[in-house]
Ligand binder design. Structure first.
Ligand code: SF4
Length: 390
């Protein structure tokens, strides 16, 4: 047995362990176990610094989960968009292939908790129909292995899947959606990396949510994957009490870049049953992006998205940078809230033919107003009208 498998075996997962370790009331622990089982491996457990901290909140069951009766079992409508078992086909050229129900840790906010941990709901028995679907759908050029966590499979089983996918000519890219580099980095072994190298291009999308998850162990795991030729991207979830703070998020994104992991997405938390206590306002997410963009490298800034309820896919959100737009120009603000005018090409041409007065309308009182170089010759700059933060 490999070390990571032993650590899975040594995880906290029974009602007795929950009662003993986290002082949960037994009947609450039983209800939580029934709702969504726990799995906290010794490595992730060691990252907890105090009860209720950002690591604790992600992994330790909490009775507040049982109060959330309005949440949805399948907020992203994945089951409706599943043409055959194990496949979700939402976007034109890519599909999700669920290959296991198991994870290195069971996250309390998981969107897929209706299936995760239950091998009847994500079964290997239906792999053949999944492969057949991918073979028949020549528009699928990108297959994302997920679950559960595909790195919970043994190297042998994972290689069989990769090999089979590589026999399908139209599958150009394979992605592994895995939280293991974060929650159980010991899974990333030299043997696994040697195997992955044979099936490139393989991308790894991982899932760090807090800077404390970046440790010598997770740093090493990510380095091994990158050195094996797998670009590693991060998909974080914005969560109350975990990372809903611009300083924490900036530290996370900068530390990810240092370990060669590219921040890719920051998701608003889904409307998942039992997880509403993690949800923040959209405004909080916009504030975080506003405090990242321009204040640190663009490489450190993820796409901030809502995975649309009902299966609409990812919808990007941006703070308001366009303050005014008409057919001639845009008035923009930068990260310091200075204002700039960007002229549309058509208006540039018109001015060459017949130079004319340009009026810029800027509201009073909100931030300082900087005159861009190209406007120095303008005859008039007026100040009324748009509201900067509307
Ligand atoms: S690793 Fe992913 S699939 Fe598994 S419990 Fe966590 S969020 Fe859910």
């Amino acid at each position: 047995m490999e070390l990571w498998q032993q650590m899975i075996r040594d995880s906290i997962h029974t009602v007795d362990q929950l009662v003993e370790k986290f002082e949960l009331d037994r009947s609450v622990a039983e209800q939580l176990d029934e709702f969504f089982q726990a799995r906290i491996n010794p490595y992730y457990l060691s990252l907890i610094r105090y009860p209720g901290d950002p690591i604790w909140r992600q992994c330790v069951p909490d009775k507040i989960e049982l109060e959330d009766i309005d949440g949805v079992e399948d907020p992203l409508n994945e089951d409706e968009m599943s043409p055959v078992p194990n496949i979700t086909h939402r976007y034109p050229d890519r599909c999700l292939f669920l290959v296991t129900s198991q994870c290195g840790m069971y996250c309390r906010f998981c969107t897929r908790k209706r299936k995760v941990g239950d091998s009847d709901k994500i079964s290997m028995k239906s792999f053949e129909s999944a492969f057949a679907y991918i073979e028949q759908h020549t528009e699928i050029r990108d297959v994302i292995l997920s679950g559960g966590d595909p790195l919970m499979l043994t190297d042998y089983l994972l290689e069989r899947i990769l090999k089979r996918l590589r026999e399908i000519p139209h599958v150009e890219i394979i992605r592994l959606g895995s939280k293991m580099p974060c929650v159980l980095p010991h899974r990333i072994t030299p043997k696994l990396c040697e195997m992955l190298k044979k099936y490139h291009p393989i991308y790894v999308n991982t899932h760090f949510n807090h800077p404390w998850e970046i440790t010598p162990e997770s740093t090493k795991a990510c380095a091994m994957l990158v050195d094996a030729g797998c670009p590693v991207n991060n998909q974080a979830v914005l969560m109350k009490g975990v990372n809903d703070d611009p300083a924490v998020m900036k530290e996370l994104m900068q530390k990810l870049l240092k370990i060669r992991v590219r921040p890719y997405y920051l998701f608003m938390a889904d409307e998942t049953k039992g997880a509403s206590h993690f949800r923040t306002s959209v405004e909080k997410g916009l504030e975080i992006i506003d405090k990242l963009r321009g204040h640190t490298s663009g490489l450190a800034i993820p796409h901030f998205v809502i995975d649309a309820p009902g299966g609409g896919g990812k919808i990007p959100l941006l703070p308001k940078y366009i303050l005014h737009q008409d057919e001639d120009k845009m008035i923009l603000r930068n990260y310091k809230y200075d204002h700039y005018v960007y002229k549309e090409p058509k208006s540039v041409i018109e001015k060459t033919i017949s130079p004319n007065k340009v009026e810029i309308e800027i509201s009073p009182g909100n931030g300082k107003i900087k005159e861009p170089h190209k406007l120095k010759k303008l005859k008039e700059v007026r100040i009324p009208e748009y509201a900067m933060n509307d």
